[in-house]
Write a protein that binds this ligand. Structure first.
Ligand code: GDP
Ligand code: MN
Length: 426
């Protein structure tokens, strides 16, 4: 999923003719001042970061004048809020809020549903998770039939939205559904959906996440990497997305990690997993042994060897890694020999550059026997510490991580010796 910023989402609302507060996005305090001056009313200054709960974290502040807006923007820009650097703020007219509602749509992917679910609540302004179920009106939408104005009116009516603004609320919900559908979103949310003191209804906030598969169809959204992440993509993340974008057979996820460990760190591992849950246990196992991971990579959905090869090359391109772990913990839907071929090719190119390098290869699943054979045959002449395992070790993340640590320690000792010998001119 790819998340948009509030100001980007509100621009889509505007296209759908949904009412939004007057305002614009600013990168500098001067721009914030100019926007506030143009609005000519008290404003709200909101940090644009990929996180909710900005209000409580001090990321939503008010300003009565353009000067104050400039000062508030100056204090927010460059600050870190909820662990994220603030690079932009949205400056909007301050609304006189009378009521805060909630409207949202998610995809319910469970077999018994498999459809968008429209959610509406009169208890807005707080996390929808903390709103009691009886305060939320839901409707599963048949995508062929669509979501119509009377569906929206029914939802609003169930929670007794007063008649003076029920039709505005309903129109906003229909606009929300159209935006959700037109951009292939997985999630869309207005919280709060604001009713002002003078009876206007507007989208006070916006959260949208676009489905990975829709990103390619919407270049106008300017999404660099179709992955939901709290932080902007790194250069390597962008390269990795290129692998995915050009070849939709199977998936290649890649994210550089800032994997900070509490205790002593013994080394850094380039991680190439598959089968999300097992792969995460693998990372956890490494971390518990004092090994950090440089990245999280995942190749699943039966990708061809070429894609696996590219993923492995991305992993190896990271500076400062002391080992490579292929964590094929569990993958029921793919023939593992494609992985074996792809990884062997990458290892044959990379290992000669780093003799003695620790490599742990675990491949479990369909065509396991053949895959292990390909790995053994393809790596037997490589000058590395290579261990190859199959399904028998799949639950042994602790043992595998311990083995990795042992290899990393030996490798590092060896490297230190080589370095000393070079210095001594031997
Ligand atoms: P979030 O905390 O990241 O979800 O950011 P929101 O945009 O939802 O803002 C948080 C809260 O700030 C809202 O629920 C409102 O209570 C308040 N707020 C935001 N904009 C305005 C505004 O224009 N006027 C008033 N009175 N309150 C606002
Ligand atoms: Mn909000």
């Amino acid at each position: 999923m790819a998340r948009l910023h509030e100001y980007e989402g509100k621009a889509l609302f505007k296209i759908a003719k949904m009412p939004i507060p007057q305002g614009d996005v600013a990168k500098t305090p001067e721009e914030a001042r100019a926007i506030a001056a143009k609005i000519g009313k008290p404003v709200v200054v909101k940090v644009q970061i990929w996180a909710g709960g900005r209000g409580k974290a001090g990321g939503v502040q008010f300003a009565a004048s353009p000067e104050e807006a400039e000062n508030v923007a100056a204090s927010l820009l460059g600050r870190t809020i909820k662990g994220l650097l603030v690079e932009k703020v949205l400056v909007e007219e301050k609304l006189a809020i009378d009521r805060e509602y909630y409207a949202g749509i998610i995809v319910d992917a469970r077999a018994e549903a498999r459809c968008p679910v429209v959610m509406f609540s009169t208890s807005g302004g707080m996390d929808i998770e903390s709103v009691p179920a009886d305060k939320i009106a839901l409707m599963n939408v048949d995508v062929l039939r669509g979501f119509r104005i009377y569906d929206a009116l029914n939802l609003a009516n169930r929670l007794k939205v007063p008649s003076p603004h029920i039709s505005q609320v309903a129109r906003l919900m229909v606009g929300l559904y159209d935006t959700f559908k037109n951009y292939g979103a997985r999630l869309i949310e207005i919280n709060p959906l604001v009713v002002t003191a003078d009876g206007k209804v507007l989208a006070g906030d916006c959260r949208i996440s676009i489905d990975d598969s829709s990103v390619i169809r919407h270049p106008e959204l300017g999404i660099e990497v179709a992955r939901e992440s709290g932080t902007p993509p790194t250069e390597l993340d962008k390269l990795a997305w290129w692998v995915e974008e050009k070849d939709l057979r199977g998936t290649c996820y890649f994210a550089e990690m800032d994997n900070v460990l509490a205790g002593e760190v013994f080394g850094t591992i380039g991680f190439h997993g598959m089968g999300g849950g097992g792969a995460m246990l693998g990372v956890d196992g490494l971390n518990k042994q004092g090994l950090r991971v440089a990245n999280f990579a995942d190749t699943s959905g039966n990708p061809p060897a070429s894609k696996v090869y590219r993923a492995a090359k991305l992993v190896f391109s990271q500076k400062g890694i002391d080992g490579f772990l292929l964590g094929g913990f569990m993958a029921a839907n793919q023939e593992q020999w494609h992985h074996a071929h792809g990884v062997v090719k990458a290892l044959r190119e990379e290992i000669p550059k780093r003799p003695g390098f620790p490599v742990l290869l675990l491949l479990a699943g369909n065509k396991e026997k053949e895959s292990l054979e390909i790995l053994r045959e393809g790596t037997k002449d490589l000058p590395a510490r290579i261990r190859i395992y199959g399904g028998e070790r799949v639950y042994d993340t602790v043992g595998l991580a311990a083995e990795m640590k042992e290899m990393v320690l030996e490798y590092k000792k060896e490297q230190k010796k080589t370095k000393e010998a070079t210095h001594a001119g031997i």
